[in-house]
Write a protein that binds this ligand. Structure first.
Ligand SMILES: Cc1cc2nc3c(=O)[nH]c(=O)nc-3n(C[C@H](O)[C@H](O)[C@H](O)COP(=O)(O)O)c2cc1C
Length: 238
């Protein structure tokens, strides 16, 4: 089901959703107010699927030509609740969740192994939009990780293979030495996927859409997954 982004949904609203980004707000308004705001105040409150809305916002960020629109902050925590965060890239998204790839033995990988919950945050500044996601994390299948690994540029495959991500190394030369050895071992550039490298999928239980508003009167819509899999939606105070 299509989720209306704006009350003024219809031709104008849709055109704005797609194209407004081109009108950099700073060019027109002293307070960095985007024209988007004018159309965001009467968000349609319907119990529907936020994954559709995520797709619409994500597509808008891509169409706007934003640099690395798939970059997202990933928050994890130890079993004791000590948090850490870093940027990773969203590589796939559907009703099953948000997928990123990494080293399973990295700090985030170790934290997720012991405490399989994560938070994701996207921020698309020219659109004045933020999306927050929280959910349970699982590894993607080995087949899915293989497929993605082999779609990557050769250099990235070598780098993933030699890097013990998040461990201490004596110097960059250590890495370059390992790289040289691996390139000699696989002169055709076809190293296998390391078993400790692959994807994680965040299955969302909560997704919040934030649309920046004039004078900080922002719109916030929070979707929460019910037990039966459907979603409830609430408007939150900015
Ligand atoms: C724009 C950007 C994209 C990144 N994408 C990834 C990624 O997709 N996977 C990944 O493991 N690290 C990625 N990194 C590096 C991470 O931010 C981080 O340094 C690394 O994963 C180690 O994190 P950890 O020690 O907390 O596990 C990216 C960094 C930046 C700045």
């Amino acid at each position: 089901m299509q989720v209306p982004i704006f009350a003024a949904e219809g031709r104008l609203g849709a055109a704005l959703a797609r194209n407004l980004i081109l009108f950099r707000s700073e060019l027109f308004f002293p307070f960095r107010i985007s024209l988007v705001h004018a159309f965001s105040l009467h968000w349609n409150l319907t119990d529907s699927d936020p994954t559709q809305l995520f797709k619409q916002w994500f597509d808008a960020a891509v169409s706007a030509g934003l640099p690395e629109p798939n970059a997202m902050t990933l928050g994890t925590a130890t079993r004791q609740g000590k948090p850490s965060a870093r940027i990773v890239l969203l590589k796939a998204f559907d009703e099953r969740g948000f997928v990123f790839y990494t080293n399973y033995d990295s700090r985030k990988g170790r934290e997720l192994a012991r405490n399989p919950y994560a938070a994701l945050v996207f921020f698309w500044q020219p659109l004045a939009r933020q999306i927050r996601v929280t959910g349970r994390v699982t590894k993607v299948s080995a087949d899915e990780s293989d497929k993605y690994f082999h779609s990557r540029p050769v250099g990235s495959r070598f780098s993933a293979s030699i890097s013990k991500q998040s461990s201490v190394i004596a110097s960059r030369d250590v890495l370059l030495g390992k790289l040289k050895k691996l390139e000699e071992k696989y002169p055709k550039g076809d190293p296998p996927r390391p078993i400790n490298w692959g994807g994680f999928r965040v299955y969302p239980t909560e997704i919040e859409f934030w649309q920046g508003g004039e004078f900080r009167l922002h719109d916030r819509m929070r979707y929460r997954r019910r037990r039966d899999g459907s979603w409830s939606v609430d408007r939150l105070s900015p």
